[in-house]
Design a protein around this ligand. Sequence first.
Ligand code: ZN
Length: 131
Amino acid sequence: MTAQALGRLKDALVLVQGDVFASGLSFRLAVRSVGSFRGRPVYRVILEDGRFYGGQGALEGETEEDALAEVAEGVQDLFAEVLNIAWPDCAVHNRGLHMLCPAGSSPAWWCYFGEGHLVAPVGELSALNPS
Ligand SMILES: [Zn+2]
């Protein structure tokens, strides 16, 4: 991974960490290399105590949008698989949100209740979804 890609992942984590705090959770997260595959370091989102979820693809961060989508999904999977927490929730419908990143746009949190609705762009959960 290039230094630029790692920088994009760390920038993305700052935004997603903001969403975590905005939703009332206090877990502190980091992007770290947790091992290597075919001689290349494998980067994942990890918890402060070092726990991580290894079941999804490794973080790549090829573009800003990719980095944000990968980190958002990485945190979602980590919370679900390691902590058994569905995150984040729609404050209106009390259901887990889904991260969508259609080609050419930025990743955002969507609620699928009823016809579905946009909750907030990833990184802006506090502004539009006060808990
Ligand atoms: Zn909703």
